[in-house]
Design a protein around this ligand. Structure first.
Ligand code: ZN
Ligand code: ZN
Length: 240
């Protein structure tokens, strides 16, 4: 019989932390993990598939944002010094696009090599490259989330886990295009970076700081502790 594996996805963030505290501090907990089916749980597998499918449209939106959006070339800046602006219009969108597209192609090449498939054919335009890479990864996603050597890695910012990489690109793109309708904003400063960047995504059992330089993850219990301590600090300041 196969021993069940706990899903390496973010669904188990709270459980992993509780387990860590159980082994290091001896604190007991009543959390149970989301089990893998067989490695990633169904929720994380479905989410990775959805996020992958979203990427072509998000990449197009990054480009549109650069051309027409808040980060694009501004009208009415004539006469103002351009020295304070990004080196050239759309530079940040170009860097992000390179990051995501480069990552997609690298993951595709990686899987082709691991599965002894022929090398990636040339595809002409960048758009065609994205479409084909996403199609390829969709076909091999099941394998990537169970058999890829990094598939067991806990989802972290620097994890090579394919599901974690896809989630990272998706998150960066959504953040850049300022569209993330399922996000609940927790209007309390982050305990680490003190910015108002704490969000909880639909279906997640953790709260995440979306300040890219911080990216702190909090369990609901930790978040509750944090708000309680902030509230008591406020009371002390008001009383003083
Ligand atoms: Zn999971
Ligand atoms: Zn933070």
């Amino acid at each position: 019989m196969k021993v069940p594996v706990s899903c390496p996805g973010r669904c188990n963030h709270a459980w992993r932390r509780a387990e860590e505290e159980r082994t290091t501090l001896g604190t007991l907990h009543e959390l149970s993990p989301h089990w893998g089916q067989p490695l990633h749980c169904e929720h994380c597998t479905t989410r990775a598939r959805q996020q992958l499918a979203d990427l072509p449209e998000l990449i197009a939106a990054i480009w549109l944002e650069a051309v027409y959006g808040s980060r694009g070339p501004k009208v009415g800046t004539i006469g103002r010094s351009s020295a304070t602006h990004a080196s050239w219009p759309g530079q940040s969108s170009r860097l992000l696009t390179d990051h995501i597209v480069g990552g997609l192609l690298e993951l595709e090449d990686d899987i082709r090599e691991l599965r002894h498939l022929r090398t990636r054919p040339g595809r002409g335009t960048e758009g065609a490259g994205v479409t084909e890479a996403v199609r390829f990864l969709g076909v091999h996603l099941e394998w990537a989330l169970t058999e890829h050597p990094a598939a067991t890695e806990t989802h972290d910012r620097d994890s090579a886990n394919p599901a974690s990489q896809i989630a990272g690109w998706h998150r960066a793109a959504e953040r850049f295009t300022a569209r993330d309708p399922r996000l609940e904003h927790h209007r309390v400063p982050c305990p680490r970076c003190e910015m108002l960047t704490l969000f909880r995504a639909d279906g997640d059992d953790y709260i995440e700081c979306r300040n890219a330089a911080c990216a702190l993850l909090l369990t609901p219990a930790e978040y509750a502790d944090h708000t309680r301590s902030l509230a008591s600090q406020t009371r002390i300041t008001q009383a003083a």
